[in-house]
Design a protein. Structure first.
Length: 83
């Protein structure tokens, strides 16, 4: 089994060649950046099968009255295309 890195996502590949597709999403939460990441992953998993990895590209937030009121995570999600 060999390892291949795509957009910072480490994938393990068997003897057969897999096709991996990468989408970019933004998750949001009023709780935390971890929650924003998990929310994005959960939402993507509703319509995307065979998710094999994520790469968090960046995080940002909205601030009101010196308090973070919204957490956002920009990320790529990789999934294997089944033939």
């Amino acid at each position: 089994m060999r390892k291949v890195q795509i957009h910072g996502i480490l994938l393990k590949c068997g003897d057969t060649m897999n096709i991996v597709k990468v989408i970019e999403v933004i998750g949001a939460s009023d709780k935390s950046w971890n929650d924003a990441i998990q929310t994005a992953l959960d939402e993507a998993a509703k319509t995307v099968d065979n998710i094999v990895g994520i790469d968090v590209l960046g995080m940002s937030g909205k601030v009101e009255n010196n308090k973070i009121t919204e957490y956002k995570a920009n990320m790529k999600i990789a999934f294997v295309i089944k033939r």
